[in-house]
Design a protein around this ligand. Structure first.
Ligand SMILES: *Cc1c(COP(=O)(O)O)cnc(C)c1O
Length: 461
């Protein structure tokens, strides 16, 4: 080991570094204590380098290393990501992006005080639920509405309030696991009701429900199988039939729709997705759904239904534990207003993505390819399929045009490229299929196009 001991003597002290202009700026932006510890670490690294035969670094580079250390340490852990996977309601990537207006509403409501639980006309205490109840009633035709922090909470609240200590009848074909460990049988157990399964996985008839009803039955439950598709020899019971049976026997029908689609999916080339308005019209007493799946709003749970049923839920003790917060409420109200104004398809990102035409997708990818080619990167288009995701519309796809980067045009393995894209300033999540890296423009927000191209150029040119 040969190193120059004189180099050690050239190292400045922490104090000397702190007294430079750069050092002062560092303490001002991160605190004296953090600046000190970061500089100590920079000096320790410098000593290691000298010991390994290196030279004493300049004060500027010691300070720059300390600054970089602190910047990295204070990078937010929860960060924006560019979704190039083509999965629209991507649970891992935060489900539904909000509209600009919804975001603005969150800011307006949460940077100051708001009439969250205050009746401005009367000057008395109000309810947080009134802010969205009327719009939900108008949109779904319900008598009353209530909101919770997510749909799992809505299901738990509904069953706890309506069926505690009673039996709830459900089809075997609907005892599903939605994902993230949300299993219908577990939630039912947790809510203190007793599960009564009827029928078989693929076929359940109204007679199966009728035969299972006892004096202890309270609710007939229908659950949207979400991410699970039963095809072939199948039969399920319509809400109209369930409601007729339930009401004849003095019971209630609860319908967990999962996604909560307010628009007609068939108009977008997708399979029919049951809507809350249809379920209510068919006679369901209470219908619940998510705020951040096909509704395209914030994480929330929405319960709509008969006034007397919703009133029972509203005064249940669990309500306080699952209540929605003001930021969510602001985003939800604004999202619902997009539907009221008939501008959902234009304003709500999830619906913008679903309704994006092949022509637009092709134009965007072609523009990406052109910009890449000016930097000597050869990418091509490839037809592919985007999916809805979030457990909504399983098996349903939308045709799309992808940007394809073949392994042969990338100077290092594709998984390295994929990993480098994930560590970009705004991480980009793409997918690899066979020997090609694929990016779907449908789920990339249009304002992110330039960033996607810039990232690829920085990694490949
Ligand atoms: C997604 C889903 C849930 C859970 O909703 P969250 O809003 O994620 O809590 C419950 N039931 C069904 C049928 C679902 O699809």
């Amino acid at each position: 080991m040969t190193f120059d001991a004189n180099q050690f003597r050239l190292l400045p002290s922490v104090d000397e570094l702190l007294h430079t202009t750069q050092g002062q700026t560092l303490s001002a932006s991160f605190s004296h204590a953090l600046a000190t510890s970061a500089l100590r670490l920079s000096l320790a690294e410098a000593r290691d380098k000298i010991r390994a035969g290196g030279l004493c670094p300049s004060s500027e580079s010691l300070l720059a290393a300390a600054e970089l250390q602190l910047q990295q340490r204070f990078l937010p852990h929860l960060r924006p990501v560019i979704n190039a996977t083509g999965v629209i309601i991507n649970t891992n990537l935060g489900r539904a992006p909000l509209s600009q207006e919804a975001l603005q509403a969150v800011q307006n409501i949460s940077t100051g005080y708001a009439n969250l639980e205050y009746d401005l006309e009367q000057g008395t205490r109000g309810s947080r639920h009134v802010h969205v109840a009327q719009i939900l009633k108008d949109l779904t035709g319900a008598e009353a509405a209530l909101v919770t922090n997510n749909n799992a909470a809505a299901v738990l609240l509904g069953l706890s309030a309506l069926a505690l200590g009673h039996e709830v009848v459900i089809s075997r074909g609907q005892l599903v696991e939605i994902g993230g460990g949300f299993r219908v049988p577990d939630v039912m157990r947790q809510s203190g009701c007793q599960l009564v399964e009827v029928g078989t996985t693929n076929r359940t008839r109204i007679a199966d429900y009728a035969a299972a009803i006892t004096e202890r039955t309270a609710v007939l439950l229908s659950v949207h199988p979400s991410n699970f598709l039963i095809t072939g020899f199948t039969e399920s019971t319509a809400i109209t039939e369930l409601a007729a049976l339930a009401h004849e026997r003095g019971l209630l029908v609860m319908d967990d729709l999962g996604s909560g689609c307010l628009l007609d999916c068939e108009r977008y080339g997708l399979a029919h997705e049951p809507t809350p308005q249809e379920s209510l019209a068919a006679g369901a007493d209470v219908v619940c759904f998510s705020g951040d799946k096909l509704l395209g709003g914030p994480q929330a749970g929405i319960l709509v239904g008969k006034a007397a049923v919703i009133a029972r839920l509203a005064k249940h003790p669990l309500m306080r534990a699952v209540r929605i917060d003001k930021m969510t409420l602001a985003a939800l109200e604004t999202t619902l207003r997009h539907y009221q104004r008939g501008e959902a398809e234009r304003k709500i990102p999830v619906w913008r993505m679903i309704s994006m035409t092949m022509e637009t997708l092709m134009q965007r990818v072609t523009a990406w390819i052109q910009q890449l080619s000016t930097h000597g990167i050869s990418a091509r288009t490839q037809t592919g399929e985007s999916t809805i995701g979030g457990g909504s519309l399983p098996g349903e796809t939308l045709p799309t045009t992808l940007l394809a980067l073949d392994a042969s045009v990338v100077p290092y393995p594709l998984d390295i490229l994929s990993q480098r894209l994930r560590s970009h300033t705004t991480p980009i999540v793409a997918r690899i299929f066979r020997d090609t890296l694929l990016l779907d423009p449908r789920t990339v927000l249009e304002e992110q196009d330039t960033e996607v191209v810039a990232a690829l150029i920085s990694l490949l040119a």
